[in-house]
Design a protein around this ligand. Structure first.
Ligand SMILES: [Zn+2]
Length: 385
């Protein structure tokens, strides 16, 4: 029988809701969901009446958790202004929280979950395992091959939300440190005769009641089929789609990373005498971009695409500055879509990111591009070229 601590009720609720939504058969309710409902019913007794039906309960889950969930149950890293569900699917906030449960070390609760949830946790760890292996080789002996292989794998995953076995085989034929089978395991098979969709800005889309939905509706929400960035993918034998956890952790944040990298590459091509090098994911992804200018200055950049500035602020630390990662200036660049979604984003971030001690600049994508352009102009004027 499930024996779960009070502090884990919320985790049960999130995992249980995911299990409930993912399966066709709704009865009996998943153990973890039932457990969470019982614990909530007991605790909520004094405040608001607990819904009498499952539909009533599901409706409650759509509301901001602060309105109904006993505050001693709400974990610190879950934004209380959000619900657990959003239009009948797990909410963006709940999805992020679930990813944290998968990656946390004390995820004993997963033991009680269904096999599909266990599989999701395993899937989530697969990419991390490849990265750890590459980092070991990188530190022990050779740094060039793992760096090159990491770059090709990460870029492949970001650029190919859909692929097929022969494309994987061709791309990773010569990889030394991971196999093409391992890459294949980051994808799942698509079903025959279905139309799939993706968005250039946020990746794989899912269809629900004829409406297309992305992984983070608050950052990328308009997926009308007429939009130029929304594309259909027709089923062909062997069609594969990126697994959810990899989409969430690698592809979605990777899109602005690659976009900023292309913008920097373009400037390098235009001004090769000023901007000498653009390096993506240096040192196996200690940060996202390294720019090297003609006066010897090195800039380190990490791109952040997190909706909530308060949440991001807690995670920001100065970027690694050792060996080949050394830099003169460092930047956290916040994606334009986050800033558009949250007007005071940078102001809040600057105030809250206490661990940075002002060592790292916090800027928007747009102002970062201006800074690079400014640096190039300065170099051209200075005649150091
Ligand atoms: Zn989108």
């Amino acid at each position: 029988m499930v024996t779960i601590k009070k502090t884990e009720v919320f985790d049960c609720l999130i995992i249980g809701s995911k299990e409930y939504l993912d399966r066709d058969k709704k009865y009996p309710y998943p153990d973890l969901l039932r457990h969470a409902m019982n614990a909530l019913a007991l605790e909520m007794k004094q405040t608001i009446p607990f819904p009498k039906t499952i539909n009533g309960f599901l409706r409650l889950l759509e509301e901001a958790v602060k309105n109904w969930c006993p505050s001693n149950f709400i974990p610190e890293n879950f934004d209380r202004d959000f619900g657990v569900m959003d239009e009948g699917s797990l909410s963006e906030e709940a999805n992020d929280y679930l990813a944290e449960i998968y990656t946390s070390n004390q995820a004993e609760i997963i033991e009680y979950a269904s096999s599909s949830i266990k599989q999701l946790a395993i899937d989530n760890s697969k990419f991390t395992k490849i990265l750890e292996r590459l980092r070991k080789v990188y530190n022990d002996s050779d740094s060039e091959t793992p760096q090159h292989e990491y770059l090709s794998l990460r870029c492949f995953l970001i650029k190919n939300p859909y692929t097929n076995p022969s494309q994987i085989r061709k791309t990773f034929l010569l990889s030394k440190h991971f196999s093409k089978e391992e890459v294949g395991e980051l994808y799942e098979e698509c079903q025959e005769n279905q139309i799939y969709w993706y968005c250039d800005r946020c990746g794989v889309l899912t269809e629900k009641h004829g409406k297309l939905k992305g992984i983070k509706p608050r950052l990328c929400g308009n997926h009308h089929q007429d939009q130029s960035y929304v594309h259909p993918v027709e089923w062909k034998t062997g069609l594969l789609r990126i697994k959810e956890g990899i989409h969430q952790r690698v592809c979605f944040p990777g899109i602005p990373e690659l976009n900023l990298c292309s913008a920097a590459e373009e400037l390098k091509e235009k001004h090769p005498n000023c901007l000498h090098q653009v390096k993506l994911y240096p040192g196996l992804d200690w940060y996202d971009l390294q720019l090297r200018f003609s006066d010897g200055a090195v800039w380190a950049i990490d791109i952040k695409d997190v909706r909530d500035p308060y949440k991001l602020a807690k995670k920001l630390k100065p970027l690694c500055d050792e060996g080949s990662l050394r830099y003169d200036e460092s930047f956290y660049v916040i994606s334009d879509r986050c800033i558009a979604n949250y007007p005071d984003y940078l102001k809040i971030l600057c105030k809250e990111a206490k661990q940075l001690l002002n060592a790292t600049h916090l800027v928007s994508e747009k102002s970062f591009k201006n800074l690079v352009n400014g640096k190039i102009t300065e170099l051209q004027k200075g005649g150091t070229v």
